[in-house]
Design a protein around this ligand. Structure first.
Ligand code: GCV
Length: 610
């Protein structure tokens, strides 16, 4: 019986010891440890792409510097699954990144799988063997860049790009290099001030000279650093607005310092007013990213990448695609997802993300050239808190590699086969559980596009008005007649940020996808939905159904007792039990919330507390 959660989807992999050479050497070691006969041929021009061909009794893998390593893992994984490994592959996205939100004190912001893999007590502290294994995991799904530290850069992480900590950064970079993974450092925009200048104004020559010097130093330690990641003017972080400069001026400052070394400047677009007055209906938070950036199209240097969250809010269970992803044709972009399930169950509740990614891709006519996800990793023995949350990391790598060709169902089948063994008898059941998990979660939490009805700060569990009278700009404005925000032409006008065809679709409640109805519209509870139910009845039904489905998940898991390794079974059982409690809590509180406003009972006479 297999499921060695420490080794994630690579439980079959051999022992190669820590690798310190090129990715091609790592590839050769992996293949020989598994006794697979394969010739490796590096063709640098192929970059990350690879080709696997039959050659006599064995194979030939031809690919770029990292491409051959990706090819080696593909061959090993396909062999293990009993699939034909002959193929030719080119990744869909150029940079396939992960962001860690690790603080140097060891705490992971929005981390649900233990403490940091890299830091403890304000120092680097890691299990070297585990780091190597992490490198293998990343390469096995084609991820080629990671940032180690939180985008909220706290002391002493702001020193990662100074002489003080660079020797340690170098050591980590040396580990990941053998797996084709480059490092990104999250930097503090105000570092020049911290280190003695009286300004961080991007147009001040002394500031440019500061960053030029700093970057030169960094590249003397890590010559292949991928670049910097910056969260500026966002949630109390410093940025160019402090000097009345725009974000192109702010980003170009750092980009120019990085340019001579081939470094990229990755600039997050998560900028909004987080001190809003809930009484003021004129500001609408989802409009913020577009308003701050769209007009700057064409003004960013060519080594700047704008990193844009998939939705206009913040990783809610259901959001439309960020309108900024349709805009700025002359600017390089990366789409940002979150594997850490901050608002989607925190790696306690089951939530397989692929269905959501499909929806996003379906809505976007052009995929950006780069992709990134906030990790769901920590130092827990199983890496991801919930054993099954490993699937999200695996699937993210596959999606980043395959782009539109990604198939969340096939990927899940492969993940189950790799993790539990190709002959795992319960594969179908598990697959079904995971594929329905997003819909289940959405039903028992804030559905129909509402979002945000969560416990403030922790973001786990229900609180219908948790953010309602607050300053974060995340309101639903429920009263006894209606709920939701009117974002149409007649309302906040948010809809106008979309290309015409989408704006038209969203503007009319009759054509707006129902799952996003209350995101785009303010609707009366008696509004009749497409299937004839009232909107209120739909809210009730979804919550009851979501609860039932979560109970079914628990039942299904229990039915696998004895068919899964005991440790794994017990560990996740605890999570499925917590999920049912959470779902019950959501169902009761949300239904009661709307019942108290409307005093309209459930048509099916199910229990709603008053
Ligand atoms: C790293 C949300 C999270 C914050 C996070 C922020 C971001 O607001 O709650 O913890 O900060 O997003 O993406 O920068």
């Amino acid at each position: 019986m297999q499921f060695i959660s420490e080794k994630c989807w690579l439980p079959f992999i051999g022992d190669i010891g820590p690798m310190t050479g090129t990715p091609a050497q790592t590839a050769a070691a992996e293949l020989s440890a598994m006794g697979v006969d394969a010739e490796i041929q590096v063709d640098e021009g192929m970059q990350d792409a690879f080709r696997i061909e039959k050659a006599g009794e064995g194979y030939q893998i031809t690919g770029g510097k990292s491409g051959v390593l990706y090819g080696a893992y593909r061959l090993l994984m396909k062999n293990y699954l009993g699939q034909d490994p002959v193929c030719e592959e080119t990744p869909a996205y150029k940079l396939r990144m992960l962001n860690h939100w690790d603080n140097m004190d060891g705490h992971v912001e929005r981390g649900y799988a233990g403490k940091s893999l890299f830091f403890k007590e304000n120092k680097f502290c890691y299990d070297e063997k585990r780091m190597h294994f992490y490198g293998r995991m990343l390469a096995s799904v084609g991820i080629n860049a990671i940032s180690l530290n939180n985008v909220n850069v706290h002391y002493p992480a702001d020193r990662l790009c100074t002489e003080e900590l660079l020797p340690e950064v170098k050591k980590i970079a040396d580990i990941f290099r053998a797996y084709g993974v480059r490092l990104i450092i999250s930097v503090d925009y105000a570092l020049p001030v911290t280190l003695g200048l009286d300004t961080a104004d991007p147009l001040d020559e002394r500031v440019q000279a500061f960053w030029d010097r700093q970057v030169k130093l960094i590249y003397s330690y890590v010559p292949d650093l991928c670049g910097f990641l910056v969260k500026a003017d966002s949630e109390f972080r410093p940025g160019p607005y402090m000097y009345k400069r725009n974000h192109a001026e702010g980003a170009n400052l750092l980009a120019r310092a990085l340019k001579p070394y081939g470094g990229m400047l990755i600039w997050r677009c998560f900028v909004y007013n987080c001190r809003q007055d809930w009484r003021d209906h004129s500001i609408d938070r989802p409009k913020a990213a577009y308003e701050n950036y769209a007009y700057l199209d064409g003004q960013f240097d060519d080594n700047v990448i704008l990193q844009i969250k998939n939705g206009p809010y913040d990783f809610q269970v259901r959001e439309p695609v960020s309108p900024l992803l349709y805009a700025m044709p002359a600017t390089t972009k990366a789409i940002e997802f979150q594997l850490a399930q901050e608002y989607t169950g925190q790696q306690i509740d089951l939530y397989y993300m692929a269905p959501m990614w499909h929806e996003v891709m379906d809505q976007l006519p052009h995929l950006p050239p780069h992709i990134v996800a906030v990790t769901n990793l920590g130092d827990d023995q199983n890496w991801t808190g919930h054993d099954l949350a490993q699937a999200n990391l695996y699937a993210y790598g596959c999606m980043a590699w395959q782009g539109r060709a990604f198939n969340g169902e096939e990927t899940l089948k492969d993940w189950i086969g790799l993790s539990f063994g190709p002959d795992f008898g319960e594969a179908k059941r598990l697959e079904k559980m995971m594929l329905s998990s997003r819909s289940t979660y959405e039903k028992y939490t804030a559905n129909l596009g509402l979002g945000w009805m969560v416990t403030p700060h922790s973001h786990y569990g229900p609180d219908a008005e948790g953010y309602e009278y607050d300053f974060w700009g995340t309101y639903h404005r429920a009263n006894r007649e209606a709920v939701g925000i009117d974002r149409t032409d007649k309302g906040t006008g948010y809809i106008q940020q979309y290309p015409e065809e989408w704006a038209k679709l969203y503007n009319d409640p009759a054509t707006c996808p129902e799952k996003m109805l209350l995101f785009f519209h303010r609707m009366r509870y008696d509004y009749v939905m497409q299937d004839g139910r009232t909107m209120l009845q739909r809210l009730y039904d979804d919550h009851f159904e979501g609860l039932e489905e979560s109970e079914k998940l628990l039942e299904d898991w229990k039915a696998m007792e004895g068919k899964l390794p005991e440790k794994s079974y017990r560990h996740s059982l605890d999570r499925f039990e917590k999920q049912v409690k959470n779902a019950r809590n959501w169902c009761d509180r949300m239904n009661t919330y709307f019942y108290r406003f409307t005093l309209i009972p459930d048509e099916k006479c199910r229990k709603i507390y008053d």
